[in-house]
Design a protein around this ligand. Structure first.
Ligand SMILES: *[C@@H]1O[C@H](CO)[C@@H](O)[C@H](O)[C@H]1NC(C)=O
Ligand SMILES: *[C@@H]1O[C@H](CO)[C@@H](O)[C@H](O)[C@H]1NC(C)=O
Ligand SMILES: *[C@@H]1O[C@H](CO)[C@@H](O)[C@H](O)[C@H]1NC(C)=O
Ligand SMILES: *[C@@H]1O[C@H](CO)[C@@H](O)[C@H](O)[C@H]1NC(C)=O
Ligand SMILES: [Ca+2]
Length: 480
């Protein structure tokens, strides 16, 4: 078909030139030349168009247009692609080349049937920046040792055509990062306002594009976009929406702040997931009355309520005064697929002389006591910890240690445990009258580090406090 078109075009050229010559007698040579040049230019363009089809891809054997084994056009013939080294990166390039948002997953072993043609490509490796599969590295056209059962395929993410909204990432160094661009109906692609842009909105984008979880949500023009019109502002997601357009957003565009306020994301397939152990919290919660004399280190780290500092300033025998502490163990498991690392780089960690270790996250946990009506009573205690592997599941080697300026973090399937008897592991409830309260403990409460889910980061419990004892019960897990 391709050759036929070329032949036809050539024929047209010959006829046109003949016609041209017959009328040339009554035209200036200039005019003739101009006309000829125009025709040649058009032919060249057509030829380029034909040539461009080299490297075209299509999907075969699937149940619908967005899935199938991959076939690629080379030298005028379609050929198959072998599944060796076939991965998400390659699948994404194919899906994007075909105009989809990205890949849901790559398929192998002839998932959509045996290879129907010779293999054109084998050992394909893309770095994710390619706009066509043929630009990826591979062994050379037709070089392959694959059986016909090894056809590579893809399942692509469908654009949200039903709602007339498409979404993509642009300007990133790799395919899983960039500014978020949306296309509403027939308008051009536009950017999203960075105001209020958080990991919850980013999570929806990453899931919608089939790119996993949000590891970062940034407001920046690092990925460009400052000259592209805004398409969406005031976006607010809960995080469980299947597409960005389902989230709350402004009816009338309104993006305050500077030009570099562009919503951008970094998505990852492997990511951490902290889980707060509320069973351990209930089991270990108890009261302790302690003299201020023993709390001097804790006071330096703001682990007691503010009246304690007034007492220290104003009372001569201040160190004999006691504080009432609600102590409990905080056990935090990383149930994700990647290590949890502090949000702050090592050279910015804070040294705490009293406790002789570095703090790698200024606010890693919050402990709060609320009244029935929702007012916070015991001062919200913001705890900065040093993060390490204290307990690991069988077969997992602990790797993070706080001592000796060691690397901090929590490995997959390891827990960081702050036992009830260590300094600062409490809420100072000295000023709290006996009664029934809500007690809430949350980790990574400011969402500084991306996680699979934040719905398991907090324990929200009942606290029964009498003059002489306290129990924490009826915990449910929730969001910070
Ligand atoms: C043909 O072109 C010449 C000049 O290029 C002009 O003088 C002549 O009148 C034209 N003849 C006709 C029939 O148009
Ligand atoms: C998302 O979660 C919230 C709270 O759990 C729920 O009310 C809402 O219906 C959910 N939305 C979707 C789209 O699942
Ligand atoms: C809520 O309850 C606390 C104590 O139970 C009380 O001191 C406070 O005034 C109440 N706040 C409101 C807004 O009702
Ligand atoms: C972590 O534990 C889960 C469940 O026990 C297991 O499926 C997974 O393979 C483990 N991951 C690692 C990295 O040890
Ligand atoms: Ca979590």
């Amino acid at each position: 078909m391709r050759l036929n078109r070329r032949t036809v075009s050539f024929g047209v050229l010959v006829v046109l030139i003949l016609v041209d010559v017959s009328v040339a007698s009554n035209n200036t040579w200039d005019k003739t030349r101009e006309k000829k040049a125009r025709i040649v230019k058009k032919l060249r363009k057509d030829f380029r168009k034909l040539k461009k089809q080299d490297g075209a891809v299509k999907l075969v054997g699937g149940e619908n247009g967005h899935e199938g084994n991959v076939e690629i056009l080379h030298d005028g013939k379609w050929g198959s692609v072998c599944d060796d080294e076939w991965d998400y990166l390659e699948a994404n390039v194919v899906c994007r080349q075909l105009g989809f948002d990205g890949a849901i997953k790559p398929t192998a072993n002839g998932h959509f049937g045996q290879a129907r043609r010779r293999y054109w490509m084998d050992n394909v490796y893309c770095d994710g920046s390619e706009d066509e599969l043929s630009k990826c590295r591979f062994d050379g056209w037709g070089t392959s040792d694959c059986e016909s059962s090894e056809a590579a395929g893809v399942i692509c993410a469908r654009e949200q055509q039903s709602q007339g909204v498409a979404i993509r990432l642009a300007g990133g160094r790799v395919h899983n990062e960039g500014r978020v661009e949306v296309k509403l109906g027939n308008t051009d692609w536009g950017v999203v306002c960075g105001d209020g842009w958080s990991l919850f909105e980013a999570a929806v984008v990453c899931r919608q594009l089939g790119l996993g979880y949000a590891s970062d949500a940034v407001q920046t023009n690092f990925f460009g976009g400052e000259r592209i019109p805004m398409a969406l502002t005031g976006v607010q997601c809960h995080g469980n929406e299947t597409s960005l357009i389902e989230c709350l957003h402004d009816k009338v565009l309104d993006c305050p702040g500077p030009l570099e306020n562009v919503a951008s994301v970094v998505c990852r397939r492997e990511i951490a997931d902290l889980v707060f152990d509320h069973i351990e919290l209930m089991r270990t919660a108890h009261l302790e009355d302690r003299q201020l004399y023993w709390l001097q280190c804790a006071m330096e780290e703001n682990c007691v309520a503010s009246p304690a500092y007034t007492i220290q300033r104003e009372s001569q025998n201040w160190h004999l005064e006691t504080r009432r502490l609600l102590r409990f163990t905080a056990r935090i498991l990383n149930a994700g697929t990647a290590d949890f690392r502090p949000s702050v780089p090592k050279h910015l960690w804070e040294w705490h002389m009293c406790h002789m270790h570095y703090h790698s996250m200024e606010v890693f946990a919050t402990f709060d006591v609320f009244a029935e009506n929702g007012t916070r009573l015991a001062e919200g205690h913001k705890a900065s910890f040093c993060l390490e592997d204290n307990q690991c599941l069988p077969g997992v080697e602990p790797r993070y240690k706080c001592a000796n300026y060691g690397d901090q973090g929590i490995s997959v399937n390891c827990s960081d445990v702050y036992k009830h008897n260590i300094d600062c592991q409490w809420v100072d409830i000295s000023e709290l009258p006996p009664g029934q309260y809500t007690f809430k403990v949350a980790v990574n409460p400011e969402f500084k580090v991306g996680e699979m889910s934040f719905d398991n980061n907090a324990a929200i419990c009942r606290l029964l406090y009498t003059e002489t004892f306290a129990t924490v019960h009826s915990c449910v897990t929730g969001r910070p």
